[in-house]
Design a protein around this ligand. Structure first.
Ligand SMILES: Cc1cc2nc3c(=O)[nH]c(=O)nc-3n(C[C@H](O)[C@H](O)[C@H](O)COP(=O)(O)O)c2cc1C
Length: 316
């Protein structure tokens, strides 16, 4: 299947893995790339040296393109970008801002620059700065989020920029992928769906929580602290929401390291199980290859179904 996104990234299917601190390891990223999508190593939890090792590890597992996610707020950003260039990442997705200052050097090395945006104004700004594509990430997403839903954001961003748009947030199957394409996206990014796979190196408790979750089982913590993040609704997450209005220092203290505790230890008492509303669409833990094959099959079925049914709807 060809779209501007598959052409840009030299991949088979227009699907990319969301950058995920702690959960976005070399093993999972390589499995995603090997299955024909773009695997992304999440550097949010890594020092530059660890990122270097992870890219090397992924490259031993696959010869296909591998990307890196870098959070612009990260104090190591300059060095993480340097490592991504030296180790031959094929694309960098940037969270939290405009990576303008890195774009000329990345372009020189043929590395595609794809910022994550939560508004059409930021999408236009990064396009002017020279980004190759944008990820429009709606508030249904797992992890840190903006304020606008995917259905409104992707539509608006796709009407606002000429570079390809990749939709993120709430996408976990072929139907949601088809919906994103209807809104103008030419690719999709998924986080939560890839956490519930055999290759994901997260604690079994984390995977189970995603599979068990209904569409109403997430909550946003940290909104009052200025860093809203969508997580599975556990007693710990509810406690954060309750105290963050009263004692922000205590809330910050409890949140510190909480994603690590969820990913590595499956710690339900003090861990943040970041996941999107799409957790309610995920009912199984399966190999990455199957996830992607199933999505592509359902995506095609959905498009065909819409075309076939159209005559009936119009009374034809
Ligand atoms: C466990 C987890 C960690 C995440 N960490 C990051 C991160 O470090 N950087 C980033 O840009 N996005 C991060 N995200 C957001 C994902 O990249 C992606 O955009 C999001 O998961 C898409 O929504 P979905 O969960 O409905 O698929 C994270 C998401 C999850 C679930």
């Amino acid at each position: 299947m060809k779209t501007k996104v598959t052409e840009l990234l030299n991949i088979e299917y227009p699907i990319i893995m969301g950058g995920m601190a702690w959960a976005g390891t070399a093993k999972l990223a390589a499995a995603v790339s090997e299955a024909g999508a773009l695997g992304i190593i999440g550097s949010g939890s890594m020092t530059p040296d660890i990122l270097r090792e992870e890219i090397k590890k992924a490259k031993k597992l696959t010869s296909k393109p591998i990307g890196v996610n870098i959070l612009l707020l990260n104090p190591y950003t300059d060095d993480l970008v340097k490592v991504a260039i030296e180790e031959g990442a094929s694309a960098i997705t940037f969270g939290a801002g405009n990576p303008a200052k890195y774009i000329p050097e990345l372009k020189e090395h043929g590395i595609k620059v794809i910022p994550v945006v939560a508004s059409d104004s930021l999408a236009k700004l990064v396009e002017r700065s020279g980004a190759d594509a944008v990820i429009a990430e709606g508030m249904e997403s797992g992890g840190h989020i903006g304020e606008v839903t995917t259905i409104v954001l992707v539509n608006k961003v796709a009407r606002s920029v000429k570079i390809p748009v990749i939709a993120a947030g709430g996408i976990a199957d072929g139907r949601s992928m088809a919906a994103a394409f209807a809104l103008g996206a030419e690719g999709v990014q998924m986080g939560t769906r890839f956490v519930a796979t055999e290759e994901a190196e997260v604690h079994e408790e984390y995977k189970k929580r995603i599979v068990k979750a209904s569409i109403r089982d997430t909550v946003v913590t940290g909104a009052k602290l200025g860093h809203p993040a969508r997580v599975i609704k556990t007693p710990f997450a509810k406690k954060i929401v309750e105290i963050e209005t009263k004692d922000f220092e205590e809330a910050e203290r409890l949140l510190l390291g909480s994603l690590r505790r969820a990913v590595l230890e499956g710690d339900v008492k003090s861990g943040s199980f970041m996941a999107g509303q799409s957790a309610g669409l995920v009912n199984d833990i399966k190999p990455v290859k199957e996830v992607i094959a199933d999505i592509m099959r359902e995506f095609e079925e959905t498009l065909n179904h819409i075309c076939e049914e159209k005559g009936t709807w119009l009374g034809g």
